[in-house]
Design a protein around this ligand. Structure first.
Ligand SMILES: [Zn+2]
Ligand SMILES: [Zn+2]
Length: 340
């Protein structure tokens, strides 16, 4: 089969023939129809998040089950599926509690083993990690769900506990940030979107953000004292601290953007956390078990992930789409999806 492969950190991304993935006894092989291009893939390629080399990127995909292992009970060849980027083991105490997103034995296609910038990809513990797709959800939309959209959904619902009428600040309007804007608006929240890119701010406004800016001070101003919930969808020392400073008293900060390098030790304004009784949470994707309420909102049109998709490219152009993320400020807004 064909796949995008790189042999060295930051090295050329080449479309080459590779061996077929082998199907684990409890796993499945998915024939990839669409796969998103995500900043996490870029972090791995750039060496911020080490992966085994040579490597095939790609972790947010939709497709059709092409093979299942002998232990799989709930899925069969031909089923249309997607999967969270974190695949739980299905056996540990966290997986049994429905919290596979923090499984200590987790695997991640595109990080721990070859990913979905390929014609086929393996998913372990398929009964636990596959998500059946309703017919109403096309593969390009579904590819946008597995990582950024699901992560934003869980950040706002499970961690942010957002309710109608509350202010939500979203720092960074790339894939996960724009997803957060759309979901927060659908939950009835008022959204202020923060980004340096005029194109990304404009996109956030089209998706229903009531205000856009590039400073935390203006968030406090616009919201009349700060946001009830603020999300750092970038993952940097600056945006994390700005997100905390943008909160109303008793507000909740959710760290969604991954923190690498010096950012792993980034300072938090703890004086505000104590005096204003702020809550700080980290969010790491969403387990397959938590997908049904999100899929229901997609299927009935309250959420429209297809609107978040910017460019749709072929596997031949997937490498170029990944290298384009070297630019700190996005030239075009939205999620790039590769179709096969
Ligand atoms: Zn587990
Ligand atoms: Zn991702």
């Amino acid at each position: 089969m064909r796949a995008i492969v790189y042999d060295t950190v930051g090295g050329p991304l080449r479309l080459v023939p590779v061996p077929e993935p082998s199907c684990p006894p409890d796993g499945a092989i998915i024939s990839v129809e669409a796969t998103g291009v995500c900043r996490s893939d870029w972090h791995a390629w750039r060496g911020h998040d080490p992966v085994p080399l040579p490597h095939v990127p790609g972790h947010e995909f939709a497709g059709v089950v092409a093979a299942v292992g002998p232990e799989v009970r709930s899925y069969a060849i031909g089923d249309r599926v997607t999967s969270p980027f974190v695949n739980g083991c299905g056996r540990c105490e966290w997986c049994r509690a429905g919290e596979a997103q923090v499984c200590p034995e987790q695997t991640q296609p595109g990080f721990t083993h070859p990913g979905s910038f390929a014609e086929r990809v393996a998913v372990r513990a398929a009964d636990h990690n596959l998500v059946r797709l309703p017919g109403a959800i096309d593969s390009v939309s579904a590819a946008a769900l597995g990582c950024r959209f699901a992560t934003a959904f869980r950040a706002l619902t499970a961690h942010g506990a957002v309710t109608a009428g509350q202010w939500v600040a979203v720092f960074g309007c790339g894939g996960v940030g724009l997803s957060a804007v759309m979901i927060a608006v659908a939950l009835g929240a008022r959204v202020v979107a923060v980004d340096l890119s005029p194109a990304s701010r404009a996109r956030a406004a089209e998706l229903g953000a009531e205000a856009t800016t590039w400073t935390a001070a203006e968030v406090v101003e616009v919201t009349g004292g700060g946001a009830h919930v603020s999300i750092d969808a970038v993952g940097s020392a600056g945006t994390a601290a700005a997100s905390v400073r943008a909160l109303r008293r008793r507000g909740r900060h959710v760290q969604v953007g991954l923190m690498f390098g010096d950012a792993t030790q980034a300072p938090v304004p703890w004086n505000l956390v104590v005096a204003h009784e702020l809550q700080i949470a980290g969010s790491h994707g969403m387990a397959a078990a938590d997908y049904p309420p999100m899929l229901a909102m997609v299927a009935d049109g309250r959420l429209r992930p297809r609107l978040l998709v910017g460019d749709v490219v072929t596997l031949e152009d997937a490498g170029a789409a990944l290298t384009a993320m070297d630019r700190p400020v996005a030239a075009s807004a939205g999620i790039t999806v590769v179709t096969l």
